[in-house]
Ligand binder design. Sequence first.
Ligand SMILES: [Zn+2]
Length: 342
Amino acid sequence: MKAVVFDEFGGSDVLELRELPDPEPGPGEVALDILASALNHLDVDVREGVSRFPVELPFVPGVEVVGRITAVGDGVTGWEVGERVMPYLMATCGECLYCRTGRESLCLNAGFISFSTSGGYAEKLTCPVRHLIRIPDALGDEAAAATQIAFGTAWHMLFTRGRLGPGERVLINSVGSGIGSAAVQLAHLAGAYVIGNASSDAKLARASELGMDVGINHATQDVVEEVMRATDGRGVDLVFEHVGGELFQKGLDSLAKDGRLVICGGHSGEVVPFDIIPFFRGQKQIIGSFVYDRWEIERVLDYAARGLIEPLVHRTFPLEEAKEAMEMMERREHFGKIVLKP
Ligand SMILES: [Zn+2]
């Protein structure tokens, strides 16, 4: 099979298209023909060697895959050749306390699917059936590939961790990103009043089409001032934060008293100053969020199949152009996911 491989960490130049042996499914595994594979910023961190995950070289990146089963290994029941599936992003153990109690995103022994098997920038993949999720017929390959991480993460943050309620006011940072634009759609669907920010008016315009009520250009406007203007000086009930750096503190300052800030990332600054006094006086909360559980993927796939949410695909590239695809993602000009089609 063809696969995109790197032998050393670095920029997009380290990527090489190579012929690798076809993977064979072991006991309890299936082999997939990959139909579509979505890019994520995690792939860039992995390629650059700064992901803080164990990456063994040479490495095939890619964690978000849609495929069709082409072979089943020994002992596999309940899955047939020809079915269209996606693996759950996390390679969870299924046996620890958290897995056994329905909180698999907290698994004590979890890896990511590409670290445990092989990556999605390829024509084929094998993975344990434990990770498989069926894809509704109504959802196309690329749309399905654009659903899991963006909408799964946004669902977990907004509802499971952030406990967003109907009619609440929410601030969504960086609405042009994959999870930001997913969060706009889900929060709007849930009946929230959605305030969002981005670095360009064009991205704000797209987010408005997805249900955002108020847009703030954080390059030219003061986020806190604009949030207060939009909420009669009260602040928002929930901040959806995944950026870090300055937007983290601005998020805290945008909260109403007793408000919650839910956070899942900090690319723009992972270590930030923190003003303790207004935080405790306002009785605010900061809530960590990490990936999502499998039921949440099934939920967002169902919503996408029913047309309640729209997985956004900015552009698709053939596998041969993985380098160009990654470079486009790194320029952050896209709105929606970039997808490889082997
Ligand atoms: Zn576990």
